[in-house]
Write a protein that binds this ligand. Sequence first.
Ligand code: SAM
Length: 220
Amino acid sequence: MKQIVDWSAFWEQDRLDFHQGQVNIYLQRFLPQFELKPGDQIFMPLCGKAFDILWLAQQGYQVVGVELSPIAVESFFDESGLDYRLDKLGSFSRYRAPNITLYQGDFMHLQAEQLAACKLVYDRAAIVAIEDFNRPSYSQHMQQIIPPSTPMLVVTLDYDQSIMTGPPFSVPLDEIRRLYQAHYRIDILHSSEQIDERPRWRNNGLDSLIESALCLDPIR
Ligand SMILES: C[S@@+](CC[C@H](N)C(=O)[O-])C[C@H]1O[C@@H](n2cnc3c(N)ncnc32)[C@H](O)[C@@H]1O
């Protein structure tokens, strides 16, 4: 995928505002409603070094992540203190620890066979990290590589893109609908104004930032 945002620079320069120092609240709140069993596979596209990876793995889920930056993947293992095995799979470096497989490389190169057992996609700060012209390819590729019965938990942002350029980008509900509604029913699990909690965004000129957690349920 041809991208303008240089994500390697974010990692090299430690510009990691997107990285949460805790498990995501929507993941904690809404995971139970997907009724997964220990051993079920959860896919985290563009996973960074999110705490969520370890949190899910510790509950017995099989976490599969994909992440472009080797610094992110290696930081995840260093900071979590987990040993890993490293090998190559196609264009990916594959890092494996108990309950965790992280593919270091481009999401667009991931294949359906790597996600054949996927029971949930957890997209936090992933679709909002993709430039608008790449989002149709991102969502189409997602739908090609996950089983058709797999739901998604998507956290998205809606703000005035003419005031702040991103990333993270504004991906309003209407756009999520356009990208996914042919095959998914889209339910809003939570949506709230966040500008008071994010002074940095207000300093950039925004007076509104809506964060939403969505459930994308495959239409059977
Ligand atoms: C905003 S960060 C979010 C990371 C993580 N989801 C989190 O919640 O902390 C977006 C991440 O996507 C990664 N990324 C960007 N484009 C990618 C691609 N095409 N394939 C895999 N990872 C990518 C970046 O390196 C960055 O770590």
